[in-house]
Design a protein around this ligand. Structure first.
Ligand SMILES: Cc1cc2nc3c(=O)[nH]c(=O)nc-3n(C[C@H](O)[C@H](O)[C@H](O)COP(=O)(O)OP(=O)(O)OC[C@H]3O[C@@H](n4cnc5c(N)ncnc54)[C@H](O)[C@@H]3O)c2cc1C
Length: 446
């Protein structure tokens, strides 16, 4: 009756994962995007930022031993080459080879079982909205009269600026701040809260903040951006810090202040699909308020990460086609890819205190207690594990070398409800960073 089993709007992490999940179930899939497949993650998010961070890390390490001159043009061109390389895995030909039909165009939902792309109507049993999000631009004085950077154009810069103001001390702002600073750009980081990464474990975010300052980042915390001006290749940002106005200057300004869901002009109102300014409302299976229409990824939130978009895609397709009536249990995890990395799953200590008062246990080990970290000269950092009174992990934050990879083992234990003390009987190679986990679990209550 319908041409396709599923029609997906948006070919970013959410749409691509939905398509692959549906294909693995033997379904007929059409995927539509305005541009080439990949979305924010490939073209202006995870891939270019991680490429820039890696190049900056190599330069930072080399600078310890030699006077290095950074060729900004070469760096930015390398970032774009790496984007193209990563894109190959999801290029249209690859999608077609996997059995996915790809249409380039602007799509809109038509009714419960069809979408419109240009003048064509495409019918499908299920529809998935995966239209993503875009950078939030602050409505400060002067914003419409200046040129500014966001994640959408920063990776297209031909060369590195000499100096840069970054507004926003969340994960994106902090990652880019450190990368540019390490590449020789003088960065001034402006954050409204009294510290960077204010949602993360306080002590660990403060340690990371110390590292940024040691590397030369000029930090302006508790600072509200008020006005921006541009003249003679200089951008001036006026900030308010404790009722004192300051003017800070740089060649370029970059806003990393959070994201806005792409919910406009896709037909939500016509069909009565419920949404707020945070995104489309969905149930635990990612189905919207209209049956057969699902939404996944940044357009839903609240965790704006590619892997969370992937998880939601799985949830949606299993419900749509396998009629699953128990949602897959969700254990969100993420990492800020600074050096050192800050990885996290579950609660912070403060969140645990709010929920359990003092009825939980906290285990911490510093990286300076690890032989491997000592010989690598990577002793900044700490791992903190929070367990409930029955000994199960309810939160973990790791600041340190390879933190993101170390989180995997804890994430497995948390997801499959393995008591934390069990880890002490597992053998970890010496000298490895993973030994920090056995050290932590040695203290765990059985
Ligand atoms: C600088 C930066 C670094 C990041 N780093 C990480 C990281 O390290 N790890 C991580 O997990 N996440 C990271 N993220 C977040 C990650 O990029 C997003 O969570 C992810 O891209 C969301 O995927 P999505 O499919 O929901 O949306 P998107 O990737 O935004 O894809 C949406 C797609 O929909 C298309 N579209 C929109 N409207 C229409 C329409 N009407 N018709 C047709 N097509 C349409 C768009 O063209 C786009 O291709 C980062 C983000 C940024 C900005």
């Amino acid at each position: 009756m319908f041409t396709y089993d599923v029609a997906i709007i948006g070919a970013g992490a959410g749409g691509l994962n939905t398509a692959m999940e549906a294909i693995s179930m033997g379904k007929k899939v059409v995927l539509v995007d305005k541009y080439k497949p990949g979305g924010e993650c490939t073209w202006a998010g995870c891939i270019p930022s991680k490429a820039l961070i890696q190049l900056a890390d190599e330069i930072h390490a080399a600078k310890k031993y030699a006077n290095i001159e950074v060729d900004g043009k070469q760096i930015m061109s390398k970032v774009r080459q790496l984007i193209e390389k990563a894109h190959q895995a999801e290029a249209v030909e690859q999608l077609q080879a996997a059995g996915i039909e790809y249409i380039q165009g602007d799509a809109k939902i038509n009714d419960q079982h069809s979408i419109r792309v240009a003048h064509e109507t495409i019918t499908a049993e299920k529809i998935v909205i995966a239209t993503g999000s875009r950078a939030l631009i602050p409505s400060i004085k002067g914003i419409n009269q200046v040129n500014y950077l966001t994640n959408e154009n920063v990776f297209q810069l031909e060369d590195l600026p000499n100096n840069l103001i970054v507004v926003g001390g969340g994960p994106i702002g902090v990652e880019l701040t450190q990368a540019f600073q390490r590449l020789g750009v003088q960065v001034k980081l402006v954050e409204m809260a009294d510290r960077i990464l204010f949602r993360e474990e306080k002590g660990l975010a403060q340690q990371l903040q110390g590292t940024l300052e040691e590397e030369g980042v000029q930090l302006y915390t508790s600072a509200k951006a008020l006005e921006v001006k541009q003249a003679n290749c200089t951008t001036t940002l006026t900030i308010d810090r404790n009722d004192v106005l300051e003017h800070i200057e740089a060649e370029q300004i970059l806003f990393a202040l959070g994201r806005k869901p792409n919910i406009k002009k896709i037909g939500l109102d016509d069909l009565g699909i419920r949404y707020t300014n945070k995104g489309i409302e969905v149930n635990e299976y990612n189905e919207t308020s209209v049956r057969n229409i699902y939404a996944v990824g940044d357009v839903v939130g609240p965790y704006l990460f590619s892997h969370m978009a992937g998880f939601q895609a799985k949830q949606a397709m299993r419900h749509a086609f396998l009629e699953m009536h128990t949602p897959i249990e969700q254990h969100p995890a993420w990492c800020t890819f600074t050096h050192p990395e800050l990885a996290r799953t579950g609660m912070t200590e403060n969140e645990a205190r709010e929920k359990f008062q003092d009825k939980f246990n906290v285990y911490t080990v510093s990286y300076s207690e690890l032989d491997r970290a000592v010989v690598d000269q990577k002793t900044t950092g700490e791992a903190k594990i929070i367990c409930d009174q029955d000994g199960f992990i309810i939160g973990a934050s790791i600041l340190g070398e390879r933190a993101c990879e170390l989180l995997g083992e804890l994430q497995l234990m948390k997801t499959f409800h393995i008591p934390f003390h069990k880890l002490k009987d597992t053998i970890h190679p010496y000298p490895s960073y993973s030994e920090i986990l056995t050290q932590l679990s040695n203290a765990a209550v059985e």
